[in-house]
Design a protein around this ligand. Sequence first.
Ligand SMILES: O=C(O)CCC(=O)C(=O)O
Length: 225
Amino acid sequence: MTRLIHAMHTTDIFTTPEDLAPTPIELPAGTHYLKGFACQYAAELNAAIQHIATYSPFRQVMTPSGKKMSVTMTNCGTYGWISDRYGYRYSTLDPLSHQHWLALPSCFIELVNAALSHEHLPNYLPDACLINNYSVGAKMGLHQDKDEKNFTYPIVSVSLGLPALFLLGGLTRNITPRRILLQHGDIIILAASSRLRFHGVLPIQPGYHPELQAQRINLTFRKVT
Ligand SMILES: O=C(O)CCC(=O)C(=O)O
């Protein structure tokens, strides 16, 4: 089934007034877009994120090539995604504290289950949640999520705070990505034939969100093992 959602027609990397008048585009099979689905959970999610960040603070990590990523990140769950000069990988321990990451809060699990059920996708219990914090100007380059063992489990990605232009590419890096506007409460699920699509985020534009102020938070839920 193809589904129409609102996407962007920008040709440069910045949000223009044109972006605020999105036109519908088709989503590829396996990509699910749930507009505003997480809004009703936002206050609870935000409180849980604050708690996690007190225990395992947001930090800027290095890519294996030695570049600092512009987002700051932390994790919860059995596994946390980490990056340093030794590579990208999952670890059961926070490299800053050498302690286990905090368990996934129940509101995170509830939201993932609700989103998967809504889309008639098989339920699963995530064992990792990467929490990305984007300040204005932060971005994420095109990449695949492929450090997990089994790609049959979808990636569930939740956006909070400032809007972002999400890049959804193909299964190879050379396919021109679609641009999808992600706003507070929106969820994207990459499942089945979309699970390994390249994706990324264009630089966050200045703005103010009443609940998260000048930042965007993204939660990505994964099953690592
Ligand atoms: O911030 C986003 O919307 C995407 C995050 C992402 O691609 C990732 O964490 O792998």
